[in-house]
Design a protein around this ligand. Structure first.
Ligand code: SF4
Length: 328
């Protein structure tokens, strides 16, 4: 069994999420061949800064002052990648003071793991084996509240624009995976309580509880992604939908977008699937061209221009692709 696991693929949470959707995009994601937006790098910088604060608090065995813990965050944020530093500072600013107070309210002994805690044996990275694959994920902040030994609590920092609430946390594949990892690594823990900290609004979701008795249900979801990977890895097809393609980071090389236009009369479903992929590719091209324009100015090709100084259009808004609404 150990020999088999030596060759088992190691899949992080985002890769498992990716294999629940379009196989072509998932494989590109797994191989690191995608264009990631700056917002991802902004999130990484904030996670590192918050991790530095927790590290200082633990290393000082709870003796660091408020000013020292806060400085650990601010100094790290100021040292962010220069081109995104202003975005990092404005995203993190609303939550810094509250986060420092929160960290200082938890005894270092009760902190089990955190993002950046590997230096002191409190690694937030957890792993377990499912169906011949090693699932890994990093929890931002995992701790005992100190009251009940069978309950662990998790705080997850979110610095994007998506607002999270109790419902989105409960249904999230990410937190169900964290529950699996906690229950597999801490046999005496039966409950994981999760709160998401929306950094930009400095608001926290209510505590959402995941229970060991539902472990098989959480695992089943991961199994589906692992099966998809086994099935499609060698020759991954495209599964376009407007929502998926609209957020796709490999739309610029999507094979579906390069296919010849289908005949709408004989294949209307194929026609709009192709249209979704083409639209996503065009969006990605516009993002790439916009970044170029911001660095070098308007692009001119004969009478054709691409830039921020286009004249305002008075034409009607064109018809668009959209997702069909569920029937009541
Ligand atoms: S654009 Fe859509 S179909 Fe193409 S790779 Fe991305 S998600 Fe898949």
């Amino acid at each position: 069994m150990d020999d088999i696991l030596d060759n088992a693929p190691s899949l992080d949470g985002s890769t498992i999420d990716a294999w629940m959707g379009c196989p072509f995009a998932a494989k590109e994601y797994e191989l690191g061949r995608q264009l990631l937006p700056d917002i991802v790098a902004v999130g990484s910088e904030i996670h590192e800064a918050f991790g530095d604060a927790v590290l200082l608090w633990c290393e000082s065995i709870g003796s660091a002052t408020y000013h020292q813990v806060k400085s650990a965050i601010v100094d790290r944020l100021l040292a962010s990648r220069p081109d995104i530093q202003p975005m990092v500072l404005s995203a993190a600013a609303p939550a810094i003071s509250s986060f420092v107070s929160f960290v200082m309210s938890v005894r270092p002994d009760n902190i089990i793991g955190f993002d950046g805690g590997e230096q002191i044996g409190k690694h937030g990275q957890l792993s377990c084996e499912i169906d011949g694959a090693i699932m890994t994920s990093e929890v931002d902040f995992l701790y005992y509240t100190g009251t009940f030994p069978d309950i662990l609590s998790e705080i997850d920092y979110k610095s994007g624009w998506t607002f999270h609430d109790a419902n989105s946390v409960y249904n999230s594949g990410q937190f169900q995976r964290h529950a699996i990892l906690v229950f597999e690594n801490f046999p005496s823990v039966d409950y994981l309580e999760v709160k998401v900290w929306n950094i930009r609004t400095n608001s926290r979701t209510p505590r959402v509880q995941f229970e060991r008795r539902y472990l098989e249900r959480y695992i089943e979801r991961v199994r589906t992604a692992i099966q998809n990977r086994k099935h499609y890895y060698d020759n991954p097809p495209t599964f376009p939908t407007t929502e998926r393609c609209g957020m796709c980071n490999v739309a610029h090389k999507c094979p579906e977008a390069s296919n010849p236009m289908r005949d709408i009369a004989s294949d209307p479903a194929g026609f709009i699937a192709n249209m979704a992929a083409v639209a996503a590719r065009l969006n990605k091209m516009e993002e790439i061209a916009t970044a170029y324009v911001d660095a070098h100015g308007t692009i001119v090709s004969g009478d054709l221009c691409f830039g921020r100084d286009a004249p305002r259009s008075t034409r009607k808004v064109p018809a668009k692709l959209y997702e069909k609404e569920d029937e009541e």
